[in-house]
Design a binder for this molecule. Sequence first.
Ligand code: ATP
Ligand code: MG
Length: 169
Amino acid sequence: MYITELEIDNFKSFGKKTKIPFFEGFTVVSGPNGSGKSNIIDSILFCLALSSARGLRAEKLTDLINLNTNKNTAEVSITFSDETKIRRRIKRTPHGYYSYNYINDRACKQGDVIEYLAKYGIKAEGYNVVMQGDITQITEMSDTERRKIIDEIAGVSEFDKKKEQSLNE
Ligand code: ATP
Ligand code: MG
């Protein structure tokens, strides 16, 4: 499964609704410094609930809303090759903010999105997104720690957890 389209609306530097196509295999995004390349990755992490505000280089969630428009919402939607669509919107209000999650246009809880994506091996701890600095961290960690990452990606740790659970029952 891969992402076929990303739609960004009023998120970070994307004041105008922007559709970005992705292709099977390899897609490269290039552009000058500060043009919004990393914001594209941030929008994916935001939409798929793979990161906290800090991980998105924002102090709080509402900082993700574009500063140059007077709209109080930001929205990102991601379409996968099997036509599944994940969408997330945040709304700023005088009482704080609200976050809305959708799977195929049906409102759901953020936990439902996390659970849904985990079935496809897409997880916050799964290194689907390799951030700046991750590579250095991986090369510098111990063999055991590195093995844990490989087990997580390969899906082995899922079984290890279940095995341990059943042994404890
Ligand atoms: P580099 O090549 O330096 O890594 P980049 O293309 O990855 O650059 P980004 O980090 O994605 O650039 O974009 C940074 C820009 O996004 C900054 O100019 C910043 O002001 C802008 N930005 C971040 N949050 C918002 C926001 N809420 N509203 C408007 N602009 C924002
Ligand atoms: Mg960048």
